[in-house]
Design a protein around this ligand. Structure first.
Ligand SMILES: NC(=O)c1ccc[n+]([C@@H]2O[C@H](COP(=O)([O-])OP(=O)(O)OC[C@H]3O[C@@H](n4cnc5c(N)ncnc54)[C@H](OP(=O)(O)O)[C@@H]3O)[C@@H](O)[C@H]2O)c1
Length: 332
């Protein structure tokens, strides 16, 4: 397993990380707690030590599951969670409505706000520590940025938590370069990055992170499972599953994914790996991308994804896989 530093924090973590959003069930059509815990244990056993969660994933459920799974194994994990999305307080910027299963366009019973006020973070960190059954968080990230709190006030609060030993490193997520500059010394930036979504290559985030030695934690590296190549026919998802309305999972795109998978199969065979593992290896080889947050809902997926952490592709392979992707999806 390749390991990389999380910014200047002195913390080293596996290039393949485990994302636990799906384990909260919310927005993913439900999840099985036992399978989730087994997936966390299997990840640790395979050398995946970075585990990413957030309070909003299942409104506390994902953090609670991670807490249960890490009982007696806390020292084996680099634990990352987040703050700044409140469903129990109407303050900051309104983000979305939820019916408890997924995000709804219409007003519903749950209202989620983006809020990074210091008093809110001070409350949230205690809630996370309680749910995670630990007394420190390795990487604490602001989940989404908002317009009602000065970043310097948020940062002062985060630095105080660090001084107090409650968190070891500070990260942001879904942030612009300007916002990262305002934060100052951060260790990581968590952004969506996969073969389909490469915005951080052009919006300045990647360059900024490379130049400031900030780790980039790529989320949705498998495009929500699509890039494993397993979903090549339209599928019926459970209520609330975010893939129901995703253009990525529409028949027309699935046909292109199928073509792409067929074309890159020889590269996978060359490395004795499958399509998903090849895609993950390609993704963690991109300049500036330091860690991949791979979601997994069972131990089989977790083990499979972990293996991508030791696959090294040549420059020529990286170029040809990218070229194939671009030709299948008509991208320049
Ligand atoms: N900061 C943010 O705003 C933000 C946003 C999104 C995600 N994240 C983080 O990034 C993590 C990963 O993102 P993600 O969950 O959106 O997407 P992902 O990793 O691209 O996809 C995860 C899903 O793909 C399927 N899958 C994974 N491994 C597989 C395998 N080996 N074989 C077959 N299917 C497999 C599973 O779904 P099925 O079994 O249901 O098909 C799994 O839930 C999250 O858990 C979270 O930690 C952060």
């Amino acid at each position: 397993m390749i390991k990389r530093k999380i910014g200047n924090s002195g913390i080293e973590a596996s290039v393949i990380a485990l994302g636990t959003w799906v384990m909260g069930g919310w927005m993913w059509g439900g999840a099985d707690e036992r399978e989730s815990i087994n997936a966390i244990h299997a990840s640790l056993d395979c050398g995946v030590d970075l585990i990413d969660t957030a309070p909003v994933y299942g409104f506390g459920v994902s953090e609670e599951i991670v807490g249960k799974a890490l009982l007696g194994r806390r020292d084996k994990a680099v634990l990352a969670t987040k703050c700044g999305l409140r469903w129990d307080l109407e303050k900051g910027d309104f983000h979305f409505h939820s019916d408890g299963f997924g995000v709804t366009k219409e007003p519903s019973k749950i209202k989620v706000f983006k809020y990074l006020g210091p008093e809110s973070i001070t409350f949230e960190v205690e809630e996370s520590l309680r749910r995670l059954q630990t007394d420190y968080i390795d990487l604490y990230q602001t989940h989404w940025q908002e317009s009602t709190t000065k970043i310097e006030d948020t940062m002062a609060c985060l630095l105080k938590l660090k001084d107090d030993g409650k968190i070891r490193a500070i990260g942001v997520s879904n942030a612009s370069v300007g916002q990262m500059r305002e934060y100052g010394e951060i260790d990581s930036d968590q952004e969506k990055y996969n073969m389909f979504t490469r915005m951080i290559e052009t919006n300045g985030n990647l360059d900024y992170c490379i130049n400031t030695n900030t780790a980039v934690l790529a989320y949705s590296p498998l495009a929500q499972g699509l890039l494993t190549g397993k979903t090549l026919e339209p599928k019926k998802y459970n209520n609330g599953d975010l893939r129901i309305n995703s253009p990525l999972f529409k028949s027309e795109n699935l046909l292109k994914v199928k073509m792409f998978c067929e074309e890159i199969l020889p590269f996978a065979e060359e490395h004795s790996c499958n399509i998903g593992q090849l895609v993950l290896a390609w993704t963690h080889s991109r300049p500036g991308i330091t860690h991949l947050l791979c979601g997994a809902r069972n131990p089989e997926q977790a083990v499979e994804n972990s293996k991508a952490g030791s696959i090294v592709l040549s420059k020529d392979e990286l170029y040809r896989i990218d070229d194939t992707f671009k030709s299948c999806f008509d991208q320049q």
